[in-house]
Design a protein around this ligand. Structure first.
Ligand code: ADP
Ligand code: MG
Ligand code: ZN
Length: 448
């Protein structure tokens, strides 16, 4: 398909003049060919839906079937498409009998009006759907089979849906390209997606690199520091470019997040910082709703630059000018560490991600995971989740206690990517000797 035709469709159906990214464009161009299965792995918000919706519109006489895990997600998509005057519909248990009859009649007709059909995985297992599906396929009417939120096929992921596993069966003997979409997934999840959905050997992969070249990663050990709190204060001031008292009183767009494991730690650290002249608030599940809202707003507006939070903070945080993210204690696993530090430097400017590592914290996490593992007993799902958590924690402990490579490699390994060109954007690449010496000293002290 010619590029001009694709751009025409982009404007005509979706009213966009350009693609959101080069990767989005490449994915659309590839999907449009209908030659290969395609796996698209891009972060939330990067416009994955368009990668099948535009090709769906450009294959005029065909239907695209989309499997999506939740009715709420389906409803959002359909409302959005209907507003664009695109004929989208959903076959699910919530529609009325007459809606259902009309839809089925349309899908059975010689030239259906429906362009994009959304189906839950549960619905996909029903006889009604299977009959419609076979019929559409026999008349060569299916343009694409799309699996949205494809990580749901994997028990290694966080929202495993047993019914997703059965979607692969629909592909047996069916020659229609499959388009799987997921937010950035780790190696195991990606492999599960490929095998469960039976993506062909010659599949094409479109994946955003996990490397964030503007983030500087390092690790410090509070038990080796003369005064860890002053050390943290100085780090904060350096990141926020605070040089003197008057700077402190100004409204500052730059800001930062400090993550702690427990509520008590957040409160303690907030007090310490306040005493040292840093305006900080804390945020955790023990606060009243209005307090939490108020604190988040103050931070969002720039009235307060530093928020000391448990990991419950961050959902929906979308502030571009986060200059630093500190983990006070220990991160939990590479995936959450990546996500939490990923809140820094969204504006592309240099930002820092520091761990003030303490073994008591990683031990506490280990203790909880071990407990979960014990409690899981014969429950396979629970056991697997606990095993995944333990594996993740081990990688973090290695990262903090035995640094042996570029910090960014923690993530590239985890997400199955080649090592990034760090260019001294971590303590290890900047000064390997210093990092090794500190780690050695830490280990010696920890044994005593
Ligand atoms: P994802 O599924 O990757 O989380 P969505 O498909 O929901 O992302 O898209 C996120 C937002 O990006 C939507 O509001 C969508 O309309 C918008 N978007 C997608 N493609 C483009 C584009 N080419 N130009 C501008 N906005 C776009
Ligand atoms: Mg999506
Ligand atoms: Zn590095």
């Amino acid at each position: 398909m010619e590029e001009s035709k694709i751009y025409e469709g982009l404007k005509k159906y979706f009213r966009f003049d350009k693609f959101k990214s080069e990767l989005q464009k490449q994915a659309v161009v590839e999907v449009c060919q209908r030659k290969h299965d395609v796996l698209i792995s891009m972060p939330t918000g990067s416009g994955k839906s368009l990668c099948y919706q535009l090709p769906a519109m450009l294959h005029e006489k065909m239907i695209t079937i989309v499997f999506s895990p939740l009715l709420a997600l389906i409803k959002d998509q359909i409302d959005h498409l209907l507003a664009l005057k695109i004929r989208a519909a959903s076959l699910n248990s919530k529609i009325t009998v007459s809606q259902r009859e009309a839809l089925i009649a349309d899908l059975k007709s010689t030239s259906p009006n429906t362009k994009i059909l959304y189906v839950t995985p549960e619905q996909a297992a029903t006889q009604t759907f299977k009959a419609l599906y076979t019929n559409l396929y026999n008349f060569d009417k299916i343009a694409f089979l799309v699996v949205d939120e494809a990580h749901c096929v994997s028990e290694w992921g966080h929202d495993f849906r047993p019914h997703y596993l059965r979607l692969g069966e629909l592909r047996i003997g069916v020659k229609v390209p499959c388009i799987a979409l997921t937010a950035t997934a780790n190696v195991e999840v990606t492999n599960d997606i490929i095998s469960s959905l039976k993506l062909a050997e010659d599949r094409k992969l479109f994946k955003t690199s996990c490397f964030r070249s503007n983030l500087y990663y390092d690790v410090f050990y509070p038990n080796l520091l003369e005064d860890p709190f002053r050390h943290l204060r100085d780090f904060i001031n350096e990141c926020l470019n605070v040089k003197n008292e008057t700077d402190l009183l100004k409204k500052n767009k730059s800001c930062g997040i400090i993550y702690c494991r427990t509520r008590e730690q957040t409160e303690m650290l907030m007090e310490r910082l306040n005493k040292l002249g840093v305006k900080a608030l804390c945020y955790h599940a023990g606060l009243k709703n209005h307090e939490r809202q108020d604190f988040q707003e103050k931070w969002q507006n720039g009235d307060v630059q530093v928020i000391v939070a448990t990991i419950s903070f961050g959902m929906g945080v979308d502030k571009a000018s986060v200059r630093f993210v500190v983990h006070w204690g220990s991160p939990k696993d590479p995936a959450s560490f990546y996500q939490e530090t990923g809140r820094a430097g969204r504006d592309g400017k240099p930002s820092k991600c520091r761990v003030y590592y303490s073994r008591s914290d990683s031990k506490a996490i280990e203790f909880h995971v071990t407990q979960d593992l014990g409690k899981a007993g014969s429950k396979e799902g629970k056991k697997k989740r606990a095993e995944v958590a333990m594996k993740g924690l081990k990688l973090i402990i290695e990262y903090c206690e035995n640094p042996s490579e570029c910090r960014h490699k923690l993530f590239s390994n985890y997400f199955g990517e080649p090592p990034p060109k760090c260019k001294k954007n971590c303590d290890f690449c900047e000064n390997k000797k210093k990092v090794n010496e500190a780690a050695e000293l830490f280990l010696t002290k920890s044994i005593q």
